[in-house]
Ligand binder design. Structure first.
Ligand code: HEM
Length: 252
């Protein structure tokens, strides 16, 4: 993972060197995706790292981007909802082609990680004083190791409590999966209403995480919401970026 992060830092470093007035504006998502893909391949599947540049990788990342965009288009286009019409359409055929490209990989893990990673970089960029606290934490806890060029371990990463709070706060503001759907198998009573089996229920995590009664001033990026003292009285179902229950995330 250190190797993959070094490659990312190197690539981002080149991007932010001042060249023109727009040099400080760039889309971090693609770089975060390639890094997350490399890291996921190595840590989960044991496939050794590529250099985040290979065309095969870019083809894969582009296929994932197209699948996401096609799903959005299908969602907004009622006549593309039935499977047989979708499969006959040009979008459906492109979707099938992209699925073939992604077939060899498990995309569940890396795409969620890269989204979380991109938003964390974005929010730290938007909040330099919080970014500075992250840097200070890394310097205090890992500064010696970094100076000596020692490898950073999982235990080291787990010691970065402030950084963890920043990631949790990122997932509050931008939950990677903003809406979760479930089909009811049994009746569900909510106050005076009863929903019948077969009803599709949607939990909008994005909205749930912005309840001002639980997260005052909800649009503000404030990692201290995840301090022990601020969390102890919070309902555990008020913050669910990994979903909850029997189908929750195995990567949590
Ligand atoms: C920031 C990182 C991640 C977030 C926010 C996240 C979030 C979620 C959410 C919300 C669900 C439930 C989706 C639903 O019920 O419709 C889910 C399911 C799942 N996640 Fe993640 N995930 C992350 C990383 C990962 C990783 C790294 C892996 C793989 C190692 C992974 C594997 C899965 C799998 C297999 C499921 C389906 C579980 C099931 O249906 O029983 N996730 N994830």
């Amino acid at each position: 993972m250190c190797q993959e992060t070094d490659i990312l830092i190197d690539r981002l470093g080149k991007l932010i060197q001042p060249q023109d007035e727009w040099s400080d504006v760039f889309d971090v998502v693609r770089y975060a995706k390639l890094c997350a893909l490399d890291t996921t391949c190595k840590t989960i599947m044991g496939i050794s790292a590529h250099d985040q540049d290979e065309s095969e990788y870019l083809e894969y990342v582009t296929a994932i981007e197209r699948i996401t965009s096609i799903l959005h288009q299908r969602f907004l286009t009622p006549w593309l909802r039935p499977e047989f019409l979708f499969n006959l359409s040009s979008l459906g055929r492109e979707h099938a082609r992209c699925i073939k490209i992604t077939h060899a990989f498990s995309d569940k893990g890396h795409d969620t990680i890269s989204s979380c990673f991109s938003w964390t970089l974005y929010l730290l960029g938007q909040n330099p004083e919080i970014q500075e606290l992250c840097v200070q934490e890394i310097e205090v806890l890992l500064g010696e190791k970094l100076k000596e060029g020692e490898e950073i371990t999982l235990r080291d990463l787990n010691s970065l409590e402030y950084m963890e709070r920043c990631i949790k706060e990122t997932l509050r503001l931008f939950p990677v999966i903003p809406i979760i759907g479930r089909d009811l198998k049994t009746p569900l009573k909510i106050k005076e209403h009863t929903l019948i089996p077969g009803t599709t229920v949607v939990v909008a995590t994005y909205i749930l995480h912005r309840d001002p009664k639980i997260f005052p001033n909800p649009e503000q990026f404030d990692p201290d919401r995840f301090c022990e003292s601020n969390m102890k009285d919070r309902n555990p179902y008020a913050y669910t970026p990994f979903s909850v229950g029997s189908r929750n995330c195995i990567g949590e």
